[in-house]
Ligand binder design. Structure first.
Ligand code: SF4
Length: 332
């Protein structure tokens, strides 16, 4: 592990100043909250900051609900959010995404904000023994393009990076039009979760639209009939503690036997949490007839590109959408 100074500021304002000062001195700094991802990155020399600024105790960890929706403090843990009765009842896609993530131990420690900002599981990014990784070392190439890319993305890729976004929670939140509240050196602002993560383009090392030093302070999820009838389907290589090969977050508002409104987001297939508006449009007004669902799901694959080991995801993604819509549609 690269040696670093652990800063423990007394409040969030002091943390922002510390982080900003570190930037000015050209001494890289990182925030750390739950630490379930950051500690791994530090241990493996993937991140080598001179200063680590602890956010422990500085961020809201409350879970609040009103008729308008849900407000999750950034420091709320995955376990507490998943177990909250309002989340389970009114936003099942969130509870299911969380319960299908990581292990109980990790869920007890990992925070909402940190979950959204976790780094990709691309093995070439995580192993500094591989020199070619544009995300870790800009301009060095991409070992995954011609390497083992079974876990990689088929949507939103570029010649510079094909890493899949890892967060299940982010996929559920994108489907529900959630927003993150941010605080940084220049004040506060809000950003839809759908615009929090960037496509890799030719700069895959810049993963989010956060400004330098900004932190996520809360997540706001609007209530809706669709949120109540929602489902997260995760396909993975083993039953627990595994990232998605493919996942689908679906939220439906039904009118009798027909879908009035559908929201569909995908995980494991995109370089960012992937909303599928063309599928949603095709599902609007449709019944749950399997043939119709398959035709709608096929639209998600229009711009998909396989890289060899991961080409099977193009078909699997469509099947996951169909299954998730059937499950959500069957919910009361
Ligand atoms: Fe690095 Fe992205 Fe290529 Fe993985 S896919 S090796 S993260 S550049």
């Amino acid at each position: 592990m690269h040696p670093f100074t652990l800063e423990r500021p007394r409040d969030l304002a002091a943390a922002l100043i510390l982080r900003a000062e570190a930037g000015r001195n050209d001494a890289p700094a990182e925030y750390i909250a739950g630490g379930t991802d950051m500690v791994q990155l530090l241990q493996e020399y993937v991140r080598r900051p001179d200063r680590v600024v602890s956010l422990a105790g500085l961020l809201d960890d409350r879970i609040g609900s009103t008729q308008q929706g849900l407000r999750l403090g950034a420091a709320a843990t995955m376990a507490d959010v998943a177990a909250h009765p309002v989340v389970a009842r009114e936003f099942p896609v969130i509870a299911e995404a969380l319960l299908n993530s990581a292990s109980p131990q990790v869920r007890n420690q990992a925070t909402m904000g940190g979950n959204l900002l976790q780094r990709t599981r691309c093995p070439y990014f995580r192993d500094i023994g591989y020199a070619d990784c544009n995300k870790r070392t800009p301009g060095s190439g991409c070992a995954a393009l011609k390497g083992e890319n079974r876990w990689h993305a088929i949507l939103g890729t570029s010649e510079a990076c094909i890493a899949a976004h890892p967060s299940d929670l982010a996929v559920a939140l994108v489907a529900l039009d959630a927003v993150v509240e941010l605080r940084g050196p220049d004040g506060e602002r809000s950003v839809p979760v759908a615009r929090l993560h960037r496509l890799p383009g030719d700069a895959p090392h810049i993963e989010t639209t956060l400004q330098p030093g900004e932190v996520i302070t809360a997540i706001v999820v609007p209530a809706s009939p669709a949120a109540r009838r929602s489902h997260y389907l995760k396909v993975r290589d083993r039953a627990s503690f595994e990232f998605a090969v493919v996942s689908a977050a679906v939220a439906l508002e039904m009118e009798g036997e027909r879908i009035k409104e559908a929201r569909v987001a995908l995980g494991g297939v995109g370089t960012k949490p992937w909303r599928a508006p063309e599928v949603e449009a095709a599902l609007s007004g449709a019944s749950l007839d399997p043939d119709g669902l398959r035709q709608a799901a096929a639209l998600a694959a229009q711009n998909a590109r396989g890289y060899g080991h991961n080409t099977f995801k193009i078909e699997l993604m469509q099947r996951a959408i169909v299954r998730a819509v059937e499950t959500a549609g069957g919910r009361a």
